[in-house]
Design a protein around this ligand. Structure first.
Ligand code: HEC
Length: 104
């Protein structure tokens, strides 16, 4: 719990100025994304800035990432897989994917 809280605090702190829409950070936080991710630095998962940079020229990135957010993924960023986030609806997954892709 302490760890989760700490990463929330760090997540909010690091993410703050880079965000297009703070409401989406709140969504990401409520869906537990920020316990493994931060916008500007790698935690367990890649930073959302790195994700945005990687997919900036790829069409269909929102769909691809929304699917990965819901179903999990592996082998793209390193040896650690992302588990499925079954608490995330498709609408929220698309919102989160678009938000991640807007990270700069
Ligand atoms: C238990 C830790 C964990 C949680 C919780 C988590 N992720 Fe991840 N995420 C990872 C890891 C690890 C990777 C890298 C997987 C890989 O290498 O393919 C990743 C990858 C990603 C990617 C890039 C996928 C790709 O194929 O390039 C996105 C986008 C992402 N996560 C978004 C989210 C969102 C949004 C949430 C909240 C709903 C979330 N993650 C929750 C650990 C997590």
């Amino acid at each position: 719990m302490k760890k989760v809280l700490l990463s929330l605090v760090i997540g909010v702190f690091v993410a703050g100025p880079a965000l297009a829409d703070p409401a989406d950070l709140a969504l990401a936080t409520s869906k537990n994304c920020m316990s493994c991710h931060a916008v500007e630095r790698k935690v367990l998962g890649p930073s959302f800035k790195d994700v945005a940079a990687k997919y900036k020229d790829s069409k269909g990135a929102v769909d691809l990432l929304a699917t990965k957010i819901m179903k999990g993924g592996s082998g793209v960023w390193g040896p650690v897989p992302m588990p499925a986030n079954t608490q995330v609806s498709e609408a929220d997954a698309r919102k989160l994917a678009a938000w991640v892709l807007s990270a700069k």
